[in-house]
Write a protein that binds this ligand. Structure first.
Ligand SMILES: Nc1ncnc2c1ncn2[C@@H]1O[C@H](COP(=O)(O)OP(=O)(O)OP(=O)(O)O)[C@@H](O)[C@H]1O
Length: 610
């Protein structure tokens, strides 16, 4: 697979890239593509046909000047009129198929990329280069594939018009056309150089551009506006953005200036050749006793031929430019991803234990291990809590259990079956999770809850029950549109919820789930300690048939679980029930004592501490 940002160097690379693009167009919609090619070839012939009609018209006018009979010129005008109507219809038909093909291609590319991203494992997203590539594909592919389509259509039309010009010149002297063709080559070379330079700049700048866009999105995102305003960050961000724009502009102006000078020089060469041939045609028409119509025909055809060549050559360079961008798409699509269809072991629905065996893990691109020699056993249908200071590896441990990452060594087993051998779709059907940074879906409340069980999107009674269990029903019932309330202030007619209310919705999603393992990774941070305690008591009672794992910093809630694992610097320091660990008088007892002392002194009302 080509590395990202690798440039198309050889003609062979270029042709291969074009072949891939054509295959993409073909797969997007075969039927439309065939019709598109046919009508555009027909449309391309309109230029030579119009020139021929015009030649006959001029000749008939010259004759009419002596015979005074205007019948023939009028007939030719009529023919010209009818052909113009035909041409207009043809152009509209071409536009119709072009727009359809563009939509089909956009849809097809979106489908392919979303499918690819779905298949990619989590560690891929830690690779900045790949992450950039995905963003580029997302931002640029549709536009550049559309450009490619338009350019290819232009090439088709111009090829057909060039073929017409060659046919007209066949008898008169086709060498003229050949020399005109070579005169246009320097301009092609310059255009390709320019495209290549622009692509280099784009690649170099991409991460910075992404950063600028991120800054812009901070300023304009509803939830951020309050903080940006109060901290008076607007003008600081604006200056950072504008400074970058100024640097880019300076760089771009320098390059544009250089290429404008070179382009002007090649244009002079093209004009010398063109005007030289016009004089040559004039001499030849006079010496051969040809008509005025012939003179117009050859001069116009030469000019049309040169235009076609220029169009084709500039199309080649703009195709090169777009192909460089679209290369990111092919890089992404060509990336190997695990095959989802691979049938593997079925999930042991009535399992007895989950076991971590000497698990080590480090994040891609990082030297140090985040988890070191982790071993423990979780029994089915019991509740567990993972406790530890910030950065001790709690979420990472959960990510491994969720198969978002694979251990560097060691195994995670469910009843002796390695979780990686279980069919992924089935695995996820049986595991539910609520993260601290859960998603705020741009749907109504009903769907925001129902998404906790994708197979039961229309099960409203279950949605209501889940909301009741999470204590979300009280505020939902007070909203005018209740469960049909659209959420997220960024959308029209939507309501903004408080963070605590959002968290209750996220927890309702967990109650929708039919999974046998449930993980709550600090989803209650915005609830007060009492609400969290009440919620988890309910949770524990309702989820008695599930294995639950709770991550929270509030040790008052943790008391409710059957067993606690204490993590420190990526290692399991101690484990046991609340009472056992207090008796053990280690890290857990120290943290617990510290929190309860703070409660006693009234220093900790809403927040957990560590
Ligand atoms: N995607 C990542 N790439 C590199 N390092 C990461 C990544 N995610 C987490 N880490 C690092 O791994 C370590 C453990 O992080 P983790 O999120 O598991 O801690 P945690 O115990 O859940 O912390 P907290 O209580 O703050 O949520 C931290 O040092 C963190 O910087």
């Amino acid at each position: 697979m080509k590395a990202f940002h690798e440039k198309i160097i050889t003609v062979q690379d270029y042709i291969k890239m074009l072949a891939k693009i054509l295959a993409l167009l073909w797969k997007s919609s075969k039927h439309t593509l065939v019709l598109l090619i046919f009508f555009n070839l027909l449309a391309g012939l309109s230029i030579p046909v119009t020139t021929i009609i015009w030649k006959f018209f001029i000749d008939s006018v010259v004759e009419a000047l002596t015979s005074k009979d205007l019948t023939e010129p009028i007939i030719w005008i009529l023919i010209h009129f009818l052909y113009t109507q035909f041409k207009n219809i043809m152009n509209n038909v071409c536009r119709y198929f072009e727009s359809n093909q563009a939509d089909y291609m956009n849809k097809y590319i979106t489908e392919l990329t979303l499918d690819k991203i779905d298949r990619m494992e989590m560690d891929n997203f830690d690779n900045v280069e790949l992450y950039d590539c995905i963003q580029k594909v997302n931002n640029e592919s549709a536009q550049h594939s559309m450009n490619i389509l338009r350019t290819l259509i232009l090439v088709l039309q111009n090829f057909s018009s060039m073929a017409g010009a060659i046919a007209i010149f066949l008898d008169f002297g086709p060498i003229i056309l050949l020399i005109s063709f070579f005169a246009c080559l320097p301009s092609l070379i310059i255009n390709i150089k320019m495209s290549s330079k622009q692509f280099d700049i784009f690649t170099k700048r991409f991460e910075r551009l992404r950063f600028i866009n991120y800054l812009k999105s901070i300023i304009i995102t509803y939830e951020n506006i309050k903080e940006v305003k109060v901290n008076r960050l607007n003008s600081y961000f604006k200056t950072t953005i504008i400074n970058d724009f100024n640097t880019f502009l300076k760089e771009d102006k320098k390059i544009r200036k250089k290429f404008s000078v070179q382009s002007s020089m090649t244009n002079v060469l093209e004009n010398i050749v063109s005007y030289g041939f016009q004089i040559y045609i004039l001499i030849k028409v006079v010496s051969r006793n040809l008509t005025l119509g012939d003179l117009t025909l050859f001069i116009s055809t030469l000019s049309n031929f040169q235009n076609s060549i220029q169009n084709i050559l500039s199309s080649i360079s703009s195709l090169y430019y777009d192909a460089l961008y679209i290369q990111n798409l092919f890089s992404l699509l060509g990336r190997e991803t695990p095959n989802k269809e691979v049938a593997s072991t079925t999930y042991p629905t009535h399992f007895e234990k989950i076991e971590f065996q000497n698990v080590y893990f480090k994040y891609p691109g990082r030297e140090e291990f985040v988890l070191k020699n982790i071993s423990f056993v979780l029994s089915a249908k019991k509740s567990y809590s993972i406790v530890g200071l910030n950065g001790s590896g709690k979420t990472t441990l959960v990510k491994l259990l969720l198969r978002l990452y694979k251990p560097a060594s060691g195994n995670i087993l469910i009843d002796g079956i390695n979780i990686n051998d279980i069919d992924l779709e089935e695995f996820y059907k049986h595991i539910g999770v609520v993260f601290q940074d859960f998603i705020k879906y741009p749907f109504d409340i009903e769907k925001n809850i129902a998404l906790g069980s994708i197979d039961e999107l229309n099960n409203f009674s279950k949605v209501k029950r889940a909301a009741e269990q999470a204590g979300a029903d009280r505020f939902i019932e007070e909203l005018p549109l209740k469960y049909a309330t659209m959420l997220n202030k960024e959308w029209s007619e939507a309501t903004q919820l408080s963070l605590g209310q959002w968290q209750r919705l996220a927890i309702s999603r967990a109650f929708m789930s039919n999974s046998s393992i449930l993980i709550l990774d600090e989803p209650t941070a915005s609830l007060d300690a009492e609400a969290e305690f009440e919620l988890f008591t309910k949770f524990r009672d309702l989820m008695f048939d599930k294995t639950t794992i709770l991550i929270t910093h509030r040790l008052s809630t943790i008391r409710l679980v059957d067993e606690i694992l204490v993590l420190k610097d990526g290692q399991v320091l101690e484990s046991g029930s609340h009472d056992t660990l207090l008796r053990y008088n280690g890290e857990y007892a120290r943290l617990y004592k510290m929190q309860s002392d703070m409660y006693m002194r009234g220093e900790l009302v809403n927040e957990g501490s560590h």
